[in-house]
Design a protein around this ligand. Structure first.
Ligand code: FAD
Ligand code: AMP
Length: 464
């Protein structure tokens, strides 16, 4: 082992939490190293998460449009066929472009990249293992951003891409005839949509009596209805107890139902933090009951000089939440001050239409006994949505009944994932529904539907 390379900060993991923190720390003048065991930078998000899934959602939606929806516009296309290999190649190209982009950002910001598995050896010391080689690193501060991996399910025997996770479902070499998805969270619903659009029969088995647990119930109910119309078959209240491969076919068993035979199973029942072989015990860090690393409001762990952000600390497992924490954490290390407003972190499901939320749901507000008003507005009253031919769905603005401060916004409809950012800004600035309603929105835009929702919270929507 050569003498240790020294850094002010060593970040472990180059996902959105880690790479963003590394760049921000370098901007703030720290000498930064970042250790990543995968060959490409960008983490789950860029390699096998957000980005490839969005590339597939985009391509598969274009396929459906070309096949079924262009005629409405008076456009007649010839025979529409699918070249799945080309579609998957395009997805890989998008991923490669972005992961290389992170490499050049590291170079530009003089972040030193280390390839290998990092292990904390003791206070201020790490080792990086790569193919039998070990490199020692010394760090004044260590930031753990090791992310998460798919959770397994008791009784379900993983078997390559026959019974696999989202990582496999992003790359099936042929369209499954019948795909069974276990779990109706956002990953199950997005990837189920992709393969449904590309021609698979898709059955989603969900243990709860609803889909998209944690999202506003009204939004989730509308999503279930609209996705159901697209052919996704939801079986709710179905707890899967076993899945295995028998004579080349997959068999899935759920309580109280006949076993289902299919050719692919996607297990999408949540994600678990990555902490194995990380050397946490060498600095006395204990994980919580569910395996997450406990941190304080400045992302400090129980060990002096060791911080953690992103999926590995729990909370919403979202890339932008990890980024937010990564930036806040290093700003806290350098300046002594940092803050993340968890009430202003949006969540988006990139189905068609998109489903997006920020702030409190109606159910959360009812639970706390908060008095609130509700501003619903349907996209059928929005001119741009009509022109797009995408008038399904609605906006719902929730505001405090006394102060009118916006507490939550929930949108299912065209480009909901873009619209939600305005709502997040409003919540971050402490806006009232009247503040939002008084902002002049360009016409005809989908944003006008959000404004109408804000108007509706004061009982004065114009187009409903
Ligand atoms: P990760 O991105 O998981 O990165 C951690 C990195 O650490 C990994 O690259 C790993 O190789 C590395 N690592 C782990 N241990 C070590 C070690 N000991 N040494 C060296 N390196 C190590 N979120 C969204 O916000 N929007 C979406 O649309 C979205 N879509 C998703 C779709 C799918 C299919 C999946 C699976 C996830 C999706 N997510 C989405 C979630 C998002 O990917 C995660 O929340 C995000 O990547 C978490 O970032 P992170 O930096 O905490 O960890
Ligand atoms: P998420 O945590 O958002 O990825 O969603 C995972 C979903 O999987 C949740 O809605 C869980 O209720 C669901 N789930 C977990 N275990 C099972 C199971 N055994 N059978 C069916 N659904 C499950």
């Amino acid at each position: 082992m050569s003498s240790a390379s020294e850094h002010d900060l060593v970040v472990v993991g180059a996902g959105p939490g880690g790479y963003v923190a590394a760049i921000r720390a370098a901007q703030l003048g720290l000498n930064v190293g970042c250790v990543e065991e995968a060959g490409a930078l960008g983490g789950t998000c860029l390699r096998i998460g957000c980005i490839p899934s969005k590339a597939l959602l985009e391509s598969s939606q274009r396929f459906v449009e070309a096949k079924e929806q262009l005629a409405i516009h008076g456009i007649r296309a010839g025979e529409v066929t699918l070249n799945l290999a080309a579609l998957l190649r395009r997805k890989e190209q998008v991923v490669t472009t972005l992961t290389r982009g992170v490499e050049s950002l590291f170079k530009k910001n003089k972040v030193t990249r280390y390839l290998g598995h990092a292990r904390i050896a003791g206070s201020g010391n790490l080792t990086v293992e790569n193919g039998g080689q070990s490199t020692a690193l010394a760090a004044k501060q260590i930031l753990i951003a090791t992310g998460s991996k798919p959770a397994g399910l008791q009784g379900v025997e993983p078997r390559g891409d026959l019974i696999g996770t989202s990582a496999e479902a992003l790359s099936y070499r042929e369209t499954p005839k019948h795909l069974v998805v276990i779990g109706a969270g956002y990953i199950g619903v997005e990837l189920g949509s992709v393969w449904r659009r590309l021609g698979a029969k898709v059955t989603v088995l969900e243990f709860l009596d609803r889909i998209l647990a944690g999202m506003d119930e009204e939004l989730a109910a509308e999503a279930r209805k609209l996705l159901g119309k697209q052919g996704l078959e939801f079986r709710l209240g179905a707890r899967v107890t076993a899945a295995r491969v028998e004579e080349g076919q997959c068999v899935v068993e759920a309580e109280g139902a006949e076993p289902i035979r299919c050719d692919r199973v996607l297990v999408a029942v949540g994600r678990l933090p990555n902490t194995e072989s990380l050397g946490l015990e060498n600095v006395g860090i204990e994980t919580d009951r569910r395996g997450f690393i406990p941190v304080d409001e400045r992302f400090a762990t129980s060990a002096q000089g060791v911080y953690a952000v992103g999926d590995v600390i729990g909370g919403p497992m979202l890339a932008h939440k990890a980024e937010e924490e990564g930036m806040a954490c290093v700003e806290g290390i350098v300046t002594g001050f940092c803050h993340v407003n968890y009430d202003a972190i949006p969540g988006v499901v990139y189905t068609h239409p998109e489903i997006a939320s920020v702030g409190k749901t109606e159910q959360e507000l009812k639970k706390t006994g908060a008095a609130f008003v509700k501003g619903p507005f349907p996209f059928r009253g929005n001119g741009r949505a009509r022109a797009l031919g995408q008038a399904d769905g609605f906006v719902k603005v929730l505001a405090d009944a006394t102060t009118d401060r916006i507490l939550g916004v929930h949108i299912i409809g065209p480009h909901a994932g873009e619209l939600i950012n305005e709502a997040a800004a409003a919540i971050a600035f402490g806006a009232s529904s009247e503040d939002l309603a008084r902002v002049c929105h360009a016409h005809p835009t989908l944003g006008e539907a959000l404004r109408e929702g804000a108007l509706a919270a004061g009982n004065r929507a114009i187009h409903a």
